[in-house]
Design a protein around this ligand. Structure first.
Ligand SMILES: C[S@@+](CC[C@H](N)C(=O)[O-])C[C@H]1O[C@@H](n2cnc3c(N)ncnc32)[C@H](O)[C@@H]1O
Length: 253
């Protein structure tokens, strides 16, 4: 399997491997089970702290207001919900939905440690959100969509739970415009990140999956097209750090 191979209809990529569609969610759960306790530390180490800047940029564009309801899908250990709540000076109703109880358990502890109120935690799959239609002013997904099995289904469901006029943001690793920079970034990612993961969490596998899954994720215009297919309108994106990360946005109108 190479980066460019397209899996058969009943199989799907899990990093550079091809696996049966029905197995991907279990494999992804295994990844986050094994790294949950060191997830936040590893984010700082891998990105040199840049993930804080990318997440702050998402929150500035989202500009959440007191009284709004935000749903952060695949919200993990709570970074986006906490930052959004801080921006709205505690007046937000923030709901973190995540498939992995290990990740949200870390998040709940962090909320207690930091004294953050107004964040609720729900177990659920991005493809089938356990919520009625039209309940959210804003929906975010940060470094989550890459892990989802059926991304179109997830995008459709995230749009479904938005109120008309609601906004959607997707922060995700992406692709660099410059081939020279992409080559440098690839060398760093494949040579350093799995080893760093092994040192920090005791396991290289989840971080090998991370760097491979980033390469398999749709390029910026392709993700924008998928969002449009899911029904989002006025879809746009902006690159950060030369395209290491892209912030896509769209509206339910
Ligand atoms: C890389 S972490 C991102 C966590 C957090 N959003 C952040 O930006 O730090 C990916 C998260 O997606 C969750 N996840 C993976 N597949 C999912 C799915 N199908 N539905 C909901 N959550 C999922 C994982 O459990 C994990 O917490």
């Amino acid at each position: 399997m190479t980066e460019t191979d397209i899996p058969a209809a009943d199989s799907i990529d899990f990093g550079f491997r091809t696996v049966p569609v029905a197995e991907k969610a279990t494999l992804v759960r295994g990844v986050f089970d094994s790294v949950a306790n060191r997830y936040d530390l590893m984010n700082d180490l891998m990105s040199g702290g840049l993930h804080r800047f990318w997440k702050a940029a998402l929150i500035a564009d989202l500009a959440p207001r007191a009284g709004e309801r935000l749903i952060d899908v695949a919200g993990g250990t709570g970074d986006i919900a906490f930052r959004a709540q801080a921006w709205a000076k505690g007046g937000l109703e923030a709901l973190v939905i995540d498939a992995n109880a290990e990740m949200t358990a870390v998040g709940r502890d962090r909320a207690l440690d930091k004294g953050i109120a107004g964040v609720s935690w729900v177990a659920g799959d991005a493809e089938r959100l356990p919520l009625p239609d039209g309940v959210a002013d804003a929906v975010t997904i940060s470094f989550g969509l890459r892990n989802v099995t059926d991304r179109l289904a997830a995008l459709r469901d995230m749009r479904r739970v938005l109120k008309p006029g609601g906004r959607f943001f997707c922060l995700e690793f992406s692709h660099l415009a410059s081939p020279a920079l992409q080559a440098l970034y690839d060398r760093y990612s494949f040579a350093v990140i799995p080893k760093l993961g092994k040192l920090t969490t005791g396991e290289a596998g989840p971080y090998q999956y991370l760097v491979e899954s980033i390469r398999k994720f749709p390029r910026q215009p392709d993700l924008a097209a998928l969002m449009e297919q899911a029904g989002f309108e006025q879809v746009s994106w902006r690159d950060m750090t030369h395209g290491v990360v892209a912030l896509h946005r769209g509206w339910r109108l």
